[in-house]
Design a protein around this ligand. Structure first.
Ligand SMILES: C[S@@+](CC[C@H](N)C(=O)[O-])C[C@H]1O[C@@H](n2cnc3c(N)ncnc32)[C@H](O)[C@@H]1O
Length: 194
């Protein structure tokens, strides 16, 4: 994660960090440097990656890494009493890029690209989180710093792009596209801090 967390943590009074797709735990380690985060939760579907991350954060009682599918994980988060969180949605293509699976490995689409399920759960919960969606180029074409989605990655860029994400949160969050890296969609609670 290449974001200055000050911009979110202080302005929105965030006290938790929630991540889908732990991988090796690099973003989680970055977030864990912030003492403001009382709780940090992350999920990872690949058992080896999840086990490695559990070991990596063994000493930090604020951090929990769960080996589970991110749609179910967000259902747990939605039903929890977690304080306002920075929600970093970074789960896609299980095991790809880590020599575990191919991008086009056989699996249900809602597991390969779980963002719709994740956002639906968050929307249902009606929380005032700051939501940061990574790899926007999977969902929407644009002039991204790192270029378009590689041709071997089965992605969506469908007509309408990421409008469904903006529409889902139109009543509660303002949306901003960031073209850096592979693209981000930032959803900020309307009205700023409360
Ligand atoms: C881009 S990596 C995450 C990198 C990590 N968030 C970071 O910033 O350091 C994506 C991770 O999401 C995991 N993943 C993919 N689909 C998932 C799903 N449906 N549920 C949980 N984890 C998933 C992958 O196995 C992979 O480890």
């Amino acid at each position: 994660m290449r974001f200055k967390l000050d911009d979110f943590v202080q302005v929105y009074g965030l006290r938790a960090f929630v991540e889908t797709g732990t991988a090796r735990g690099d973003s989680l380690a970055y977030a864990a440097q912030r003492p403001e985060f009382e709780t940090l939760l992350s999920c990872e579907i690949e058992p080896l990656l999840a086990a490695g991350a559990v070991c990596r954060f063994n000493e930090d009682a604020r951090v929990s890494v769960l080996r589970m599918e991110s749609g179910l994980f967000m259902q747990l988060v939605g039903g929890s009493c977690l304080p306002p969180a920075l929600v970093w949605l970074d789960a896609h293509y299980p095991g790809a890029g880590f020599g575990i699976k191919d991008y086009d490995a056989d699996m249900p689409e809602h597991v390969r690209l779980p963002l719709y399920r994740e956002l639906s759960q968050l929307r249902l919960a009606g929380r005032r989180d700051v939501i940061l969606i990574d790899d926007l180029r999977i969902y929407e074409t644009g002039d991204y710093e790192d270029g378009p989605l590689p041709s071997d990655a089965p992605g969506i860029p469908a007509p309408g792009g990421a409008d469904w994400m903006r529409d889902m949160f139109a009543a509660t969050h303002d949306a901003r596209v960031i073209l850096r890296d592979q693209g981000y969609l930032l959803l900020l609670p309307k009205g700023g801090a409360q």
